[in-house]
Ligand binder design. Structure first.
Ligand code: PNS
Length: 160
């Protein structure tokens, strides 16, 4: 069985992530979505909430599971879960320059390969950061995120 890991912060999950995870699930028997604690930024949603967004969105997609990445190395996480590859979406050349050192480091650490999928043109402008900014300023981001994220973003607005 060929397994891949799609790692990320997913704070929140948006349609660009959803499309990459879905395409990865067409290539691999199992896709493990690994939700990172996001140590460098203060996240809007807890790891549990972000995992629920993935779980709800992929509830009916065979082979997609979600786990917390934890605070260790991605290479170790992949080894522990028997995954042969990491799948990442690339929106532009900036993503390529950001991802490639990590991909190379992961290969040096444990032979783990990274597969890049070019983002579909409909989603190249999406980032969780931009979605949070637009939402916090009162903009409507509902066409850019799955229902599970829409609902949680709306709850946050009502709580604020
Ligand atoms: O969605 P993000 O914030 O761009 O995701 C970044 C992530 C989680 C993929 C990256 O920070 C990562 O791989 N973290 C795991 C820790 C690790 O292995 N660091 C060394 C990478 S070479």
């Amino acid at each position: 069985m060929q397994s891949a890991v799609c790692p990320g912060s997913f704070d929140p999950l948006h349609n660009g992530h959803v499309e990459i995870i879905a395409r990865a699930s067409n290539l691999f028997d199992e896709v493990i979505v690994a939700v990172s604690p996001n140590m460098h930024k203060r996240p809007m949603f807890s790891v549990e909430e972000r995992m629920e967004m993935v779980q709800e969105t992929f509830a009916y997609v065979r082979g997609v599971t979600v786990r917390p990445l934890g605070e260790g190395l991605l290479a170790e996480f992949c080894k522990a879960h028997g995954a042969n590859a990491v799948v990442k979406g690339l929106r532009d050349a900036k993503d390529l320059s950001y991802e490639t050192p990590m991909a190379t480091m992961n290969r040096h650490l444990s032979g783990l390969e990274t597969i890049y999928l070019p983002a579909d043109g409909r989603y190249t402008h999406l980032s969780s950061t931009l979605i949070k900014e637009v939402h916090s300023l009162g903009g409507d981001v509902s066409e850019h995120v799955p229902r599970a994220a829409q609902r949680r973003l709306a709850e946050r607005r009502h709580e604020a």
